[in-house]
Design a protein around this ligand. Structure first.
Ligand code: DQA
Length: 167
């Protein structure tokens, strides 16, 4: 079973009440429930965390290295400031999708810079809560097809070995 860690950064605990014209009215709990529902349909194991602390987010990313197959992260304001979160993602080497509820490129200039984008496999920005669901589907598809490919390569290699032929 694929395992995906979902991380929400600072102030996302206030979703539903926070700047509703930008972030909408859905609470973080409601969003997490929608993510868990889709995960169940896709037979993916997800665990979800929110923190206002950069160090806690870094620790969860580090821990994911041995326990998870991929990460979905909305680093919130740390997107624009955190080399530590970028380095943690690069260090663990897990496929990571960066999600933003709002379209950060239509907002203030300082939000146009993401320290995370360069180490993520992709970024979804501006689609609201649907962004998390698309990230989950996308990561599921990529991980499933790369597992399938590995299996095909491994069985071709063992067939060749059984026949005593090379490459
Ligand atoms: C955000 C965008 C960030 O610029 C902002 O600091 C957030 C939320 C988003 O989801 O749109 O807190 O990541």
């Amino acid at each position: 079973m694929l395992r995906i860690r979902v991380l929400h950064g600072p102030n996302l605990n206030l979703l539903g009440t926070r700047e509703q014209s930008i972030y909408g009215t859905l609470s973080l709990d409601a969003m997490d429930s929608a993510i868990m529902k889709l995960a169940e349909e896709l037979a993916v194991q997800v665990d979800l965390h929110q923190s206002n602390s950069e160090s806690e987010l870094v620790t969860w990313i580090q821990e994911a290295r041995t326990e998870y197959d991929g990460i979905i992260i909305n680093p919130a304001a740390y997107t624009h400031t955190s080399i530590a979160i970028r380095d943690a993602i690069a260090a663990v080497g897990l496929p990571t999708v960066e999600v933003h509820l709002s379209n950060v490129y239509q907002r203030e200039e300082f939000r146009h810079c993401s320290y995370i984008a360069g180490v993520a496999i992709g970024q979804i920005s501006g689609l609201g809560p649907i962004g998390y669901l698309l990230a989950l589907r996308g990561l599921h598809d990529l991980l499933t097809s790369s597992r399938r490919q590995k299996k095909t390569t491994a069985s071709a290699t063992s067939r060749r070995a059984a026949k005593g032929t090379r490459s």
